[in-house]
Design a protein around this ligand. Sequence first.
Ligand code: ZN
Length: 267
Amino acid sequence: MPRFLLFLLLPLLLGGCVQQQMRAQVRHSRVVVLDIGHWYKPGAGGQGARTPDARYGALEECDFWYRYCLYTKRVIEAAGYEVRICNRAALPTDPALRRAAEAAQVHQVNSPEPGAIYRSKHHPKRMAVGMLSADWALDQNPACVVFLHHNSNSERWQVYNKGAMYCNAEGGALAFALAAEIDRSIFKGSPPMENHGEPCGVILRNDGRRGGGDWLNTCNESYVPAVITEAAFLSNPEHARFLGSRQGAIRYAEAVGRGIVNYLNAR
Ligand SMILES: [Zn+2]
């Protein structure tokens, strides 16, 4: 081969090598990072999606995941993996949430301004609100990162069943494993969180700077599978009723854990 051709190919070959090594490191990791979405504002409570009113249960996603992430964590730990949980902001001032955070050993990232947009230190062209916790997640050299959320599509109650697992390109298998477990044990569970036969979607997301899209992108650029859980809609009365019961909430949190374990065991 002419020498100039080799010089042209060398960066490609080396790049491919580094990529292989980084992917292998991720594949051998046994650390799962769970990121509790949004943040708790003292005096105002959780700043995520919420139920329109208290008719079917008053829920807010950040509050929900502080209360129930321990159940997700236990399922993953029981399968022999390590779980580290984070949230972008400070420890909640609410005593019950504080106790829940301490029980789950949540790492508070203490972003100076939890509602502000930050640039990723790992991949500086990526910027979003909540990016400091995505950075912390990557600091853990994780096998995968799951951003714990729920959705809401309206200020009014509305039956809506288009929930999905949003993933990066590395996270397709993780997203399908999570969606399959939500279908099996929640949408078709007994009793079900009624979704009228609509399966949990899987959506590749690589757009959306300043929001969740760039959490997924920054993970993708470190070859880390990542998913945002958006299968449940808090503005859907059937979902709110299910998640508003302690039993339903625990079932949902555990299903997320099983989905992650199924993915990890199949790697
Ligand atoms: Zn959210």
